[in-house]
Ligand binder design. Structure first.
Ligand SMILES: *[C@@H]1O[C@H](CO)[C@@H](O)[C@H](O)[C@H]1NC(C)=O
Ligand SMILES: *[C@@H]1O[C@H](CO)[C@@H](O)[C@H](O)[C@H]1NC(C)=O
Ligand SMILES: *[C@@H]1O[C@H](CO)[C@@H](O)[C@H](O)[C@H]1NC(C)=O
Ligand SMILES: *[C@@H]1O[C@H](CO)[C@@H](O)[C@H](O)[C@H]1NC(C)=O
Ligand SMILES: *[C@@H]1O[C@H](CO)[C@@H](O)[C@H](O)[C@H]1NC(C)=O
Ligand SMILES: *[C@@H]1O[C@H](CO)[C@@H](O)[C@H](O)[C@H]1NC(C)=O
Length: 610
């Protein structure tokens, strides 16, 4: 008679096994239509991607949940996934390489989330993605390499309604299959020339409501005209939206005015004479530029060698000219170990050397022309010690009379200091140079440091008082070799002249400016964050409940003390008692107020943490 029971048991076990094989995550619906599995979990209140999703799923819908972050486990091994929807969640973080296995993914919807940044490897591996929908996030930065993998296959890119001041334009340039590019409602203020040139299939470009003052001329905009001129057989007409940008209507925008278009959405924001005028109604001869004019510049400057110098050059014009500087020996100056070129035109020289003596030229240039000015720099030279074998450096400056006393003794002088020089604490831009001198050495008057690097072939001199045995060299270029020598000057009692000799030389390499910092194990960090956030939510709820209970207790107490036997109505209530009565009422209504505020606060906290 045990047979039916064992049969039942076997059936149960079989059923359980079947259920295991076709597991569908709790709260989700799974469809196994035409041999492709779809897992649908829309708006189920999920806080994370269910870990038990069948890895062979082809379509996965997780929209309208409360997912906070995407981790590497979430979509691991889903090599058949074609369609992934994560819209309307609260995703604020994507762990790098989370989509690494999704080589077949065609469509990724992540609109209406809380992404603030796309890192270099956040979308790594999505080599077949055609639709990337990221509108309505809070993206403020997309890393230069973030769109690298998807550029060739992408057909539809939607980044509208974010806070992007810039895009990886190099990747956009490679999106040769792009049909639609939605960049509206961002903070874009610049698009480099040539960005759209190769996007022959582009049919829609939306740049509405950005901060663009100008648009670079491009051949594809010929397709944005009402009378379409087909440049290539397959190129579609281009729908271009540009409204809501502060267009600067000068000669650089004349090309756009010459297109055969008639949308009167765009107005000019500047120059003042054209402000508010409809772009298409401004006459072509009103799109003018002003050649650069140098308004203020340093005329001459006198600097002690080794000190800083700041050469000003301010220019105006339309478009705003850029300022370039040419050194006395005819080199174009940029940012280097010794020089900084600021956006306002000022050239800063960190450590001047005798080579800076002469006329610097400031050139202000724009499409409308150029203008130049000359700045005389005189260097008061310090005595240059020679290393004992070479010739003493001749001062270029007539302003210096200190150098006359410096002499060099040929050959090995008596008791040259011991040669020990070392560079310690070398960082990307500084090094601590230390040297030791034997006690038997003659009394040193002063030391001098000489150093140069391959980046900027100038020998830099620094004078150091004789009491120092170390010097911090700053303003170095990162990742560069430096040759450095320490020289000493002392009085030669035999000749009554100043003798110099090399204390020692050394060389060192500055560190690269991008130090490889060890990143925290993100796994650990993520777990901790969830714990912390969870803890805070629980604590908030507990505090909230306690407050509610306390308030409720007071409220009930207040009522029970107020309710009992209705006191005989005293015919004319004395003013003091009336006051007490209103005060009591006030207290109670005020209590209710506090309660409602607490509720609001609690809800707010909850919203913030969710
Ligand atoms: C879906 O159906 C196919 C064949 O019809 C089967 O091989 C596969 O195991 C099914 N997958 C699930 C999860 O049910
Ligand atoms: C993915 O597959 C690998 C190898 O088959 C396995 O070791 C790993 O656990 C799988 N990961 C997940 C999340 O299923
Ligand atoms: C040079 O450096 C300054 C400040 O570090 C920066 O503002 C400027 O843009 C740089 N100039 C160039 C041409 O890179
Ligand atoms: C130019 O900018 C630099 C750095 O921002 C500043 O130190 C300097 O005073 C500015 N010069 C002028 C003339 O405004
Ligand atoms: C020392 O003198 C030699 C010979 O003139 C020269 O090649 C070398 O660069 C000098 N070294 C320093 C640090 O000035
Ligand atoms: C420093 O200058 C000397 C002499 O001109 C040169 O041989 C040496 O290579 C320079 N050092 C570096 C790091 O470029």
């Amino acid at each position: 008679q045990a047979k039916p029971l064992s049969l039942l048991c076997r059936l149960l076990v079989l059923g359980a096994t079947l259920a295991m094989a076709h597991a569908c995550p709790k709260y989700c619906t799974c469809q196994n239509l035409s041999e492709s599995l779809g897992t649908l979990c829309p708006a189920k209140g999920l806080l994370f991607v269910p870990p038990d999703i069948d890895r062979s799923t082809v379509e996965l819908r997780l929209g309208g949940n409360y997912i906070l972050r995407i981790t590497q486990q979430d979509f691991a091994n889903m090599t058949d996934l074609v369609d992934l929807t994560l819209s309307r969640n609260t995703i604020g973080y994507i762990q790098p390489f989370s989509f690494g296995d999704l080589e077949t993914l065609r469509s990724l919807h992540m609109d209406n989330n809380r992404l603030t940044e796309l890192g270099p490897d956040d979308l790594r591996g999505l080599v077949n993605l055609q639709h990337l929908i990221l509108n309505n996030n809070q993206l403020g930065r997309v890393h230069d390499k973030a769109l690298e993998d998807l550029a060739p296959a992408l057909e539809d890119l939607d980044l509208s309604f974010n806070n992007l001041p810039s895009l990886p334009w190099g990747s956009v340039r490679q999106m040769v299959n792009l049909h639609q590019l939605s960049l509206d409602h961002n903070l874009l203020d610049f698009i480099p020339e040539g960005t759209f040139t190769d996007l022959e299939r582009l049919a829609r470009l939306d740049l509405t409501s950005n901060r663009l003052r100008k648009l670079p001329p491009d051949t594809i905009f010929a397709r944005a005209q009402d009378s379409l001129v087909l440049t290539t057989p397959y190129a579609p007409q281009l729908s271009l939206s540009l409204g809501g940008n502060p267009l600067h209507c000068n000669c650089e925008m004349l090309w756009l005015r010459r297109l055969d278009r008639d949308d009167d959405l765009e107005t000019c924001a500047s120059p003042p004479t054209l402000k508010g005028r409809y772009f298409w109604y401004v006459r072509e001869d009103e799109f003018t530029c002003q050649p650069p004019l140098i308004t203020q510049h340093t005329h001459r400057i006198l600097v002690l060698e080794g000190q800083t110098a700041s050469l000003r050059c301010e220019a105006s014009g339309d478009p705003a000219p850029t300022v370039h500087w040419i050194s006395p020996d005819d080199r174009l100056l940029g940012n280097s170990s010794r020089t900084t070129l600021y956006p306002n035109g000022t050239l800063g020289i960190g450590i001047t050397t005798s080579k800076d003596y002469g006329a610097f030229t400031c050139i202000a240039a724009s499409v409308a022309g150029e203008s130049t000015a000359s700045v005389e720099v005189s260097i008061i030279q310090l005595p240059h010690l020679s290393n004992g074998t070479g010739q003493p450096a001749q001062p270029k400056s007539r302003l210096s009379d200190i150098t006359g006393t410096s002499r060099v003794t040929k050959g090995a002088p008596k008791g040259p200091p011991e040669k020990v020089v070392s560079a310690a604490e070398v960082t990307a831009e500084s090094a601590l140079v230390q040297w030791t001198v034997s006690t038997t050495a003659p009394k040193v008057k002063m030391y001098q440091l000489q150093y140069n690097c391959s980046d900027d072939e100038v020998l830099i001199y620094r004078m150091i008082p004789s009491s120092s045995k170390a010097f911090l060299v700053t303003n170095l270029v990162s990742g560069t070799r430096y040759d450095l020598c320490v020289l000493a000057a002392w009085d030669d009692s035999a000749t009554t002249l100043t003798a110099t000799n090399v204390v020692g030389c050394t060389h060192f390499f500055t560190q690269d400016s991008f130090p490889t910092c060890r990143s925290l194990p993100s796994q650990l960090l993520g777990g901790t964050m969830i714990l912390v956030v969870g803890g805070v939510i629980v604590a908030t709820l507990v505090v909230f409940i306690v407050i509610l209970m306390v308030l409720l207790f007071f409220h009930l107490n207040g009522r029970s003390t107020r309710h009992p036997p209705p006191p005989p109505p005293p015919p004319p209530p004395p003013p003091l008692e009336r006051n007490l009565e209103t005060m009591k009422k006030y207290k109670i209504s005020h209590g209710a107020d506090v309660a409602s505020q607490c509720v609001c606060f609690g809800v707010m906290l909850r919203v913030v943490y969710v």
